[in-house]
Design a protein around this ligand. Structure first.
Ligand code: PHE
Length: 343
């Protein structure tokens, strides 16, 4: 009997020491299975009286029941330990700093276009867009640049067929808008990409952006153009900016002007940005050529207009002190990330 007590003590501590369900199963099988040390004790049965047999039988059964109970208790404990470990490993520490999501930023060219659009919308303009693959007729012919005109050389093009090309200027939207408006007044800006067969260097790119303006109405004069551009340059480059016109040539405007803005860096005294001249060349403009109006069905004796074309890269480079136009198109995040501020 003493053996049984001792065995129960051993079994109890061994079961308690099991650390996995497998160990526990093995231990249970050891004490309750065919090769159990109980068998040795059972051998004593034959030598016992009826009373003795009964007593031993009860003790053995009680032993088995006790083992079953101990196993169940330990099994529950092990399950609980596993759950606790899982919970611990999955705990969310709400005081940990969050993950910083890598967000993109608005491209500097789009920033400047947005800004210019906003200025023009504030002055009553609509924003118009047109296709980048354009027909020769709208890109050149109806802008008073017939086939063979030398001005075509200034805008060497990427032709897709004889009649279609990647537009070389957003002025093609001028033609489209004039045709759509059917003789009515117009006040639009058209931002967008244009293409020319240029060798790429620090100031030239075969792809760049323009924003063109077109105003057509009955009494439009060159001074309307000057007043408009003066206001826009003040808004873009500071309220004490001045502008000046220099005579120039564009086939679709007459007279044509090159517009300079007084240097925003030195205020006109002369510095490296304005190449010591005090002035920065910023855009081309002029009064819409009567031929362009007539070709689009306007009566050029009644309606007149002005147009201007701003190089978006140039304005952006001046605005942010960028010295190489190629930065805009090489998608280097180190360059682009600098424009995140203030978004
Ligand atoms: N389209 C001209 C260019 O690309 C710019 C311009 C637009 C000039 C409108 C005058 C009027 O060079």
């Amino acid at each position: 009997m003493a053996d049984l007590e001792k065995m129960l003590q051993d079994a109890s501590s061994e079961i308690q020491a099991c650390n996995t369900q497998n160990e526990l199963n093995e231990k249970k099988a050891f004490y309750l299975g065919k090769k159990s040390p109980l068998n040795e004790i059972m051998k004593q049965m034959a030598t016992l009286s009826i009373e003795g047999k009964k007593e031993l039988g009860q003790k053995v059964n009680a032993f088995k029941t006790k083992i079953e109970e101990l196993v169940v208790v330990r099994r529950k404990e092990l399950e609980q330990i596993a759950i606790n470990e899982k919970l611990m490993s999955e705990t969310i520490d709400v005081t940990m700093p969050g993950k910083v999501l890598n967000t993109g930023s608005i491209h500097p060219l789009n920033k400047v276009i947005d800004e210019l659009n906003t200025i023009f919308i504030g002055m009553g303009y609509n924003v118009a867009e047109g296709p980048e693959v354009e027909i020769d007729k709208y890109n050149f012919e109806m802008l008073n640049v017939p086939v063979g005109h030398p001005a075509r050389d200034m805008q060497d093009s990427f032709y897709i067929t004889e009649e279609t090309l990647l537009r070389t200027q957003t002025s093609s939207v001028q033609v489209r808008t004039l045709l759509e408006a059917k003789g009515k007044p117009i006040k639009i800006v058209c931002p967008g990409r244009v293409y020319r067969r240029d060798d790429d260097d620090a100031t030239h790119s075969h792809q760049f952006m323009q924003i063109e303006g077109l105003v057509v109405d009955e009494n439009i004069t060159l001074s309307d153009l000057k007043g408009t551009l003066q206001k826009v340059m003040e808004k873009m480059f500071g309220s004490d900016r001045k502008i000046r016109f220099r005579p120039s040539f564009f086939p679709f405007t007459e007279p044509s002007v090159e517009v300079d803005v007084s240097c925003f860096k030195c205020g006109g005294k002369g510095c490296p940005i304005c190449k010591k001249s005090g002035w920065i060349e910023i855009l081309g403009a002029g009064m819409v050529h009567p031929n362009v109006l007539e070709m689009a069905g306007y009566d050029s004796t009644k309606m007149r207009g002005f147009a201007f074309g701003i190089g978006v890269e140039r304005v952006t480079m001046l605005r942010y002190g960028i010295d190489d136009i190629r930065n805009f198109y090489i998608d280097d995040v180190r360059f682009l990330n600098q424009f995140k501020k203030g978004e």
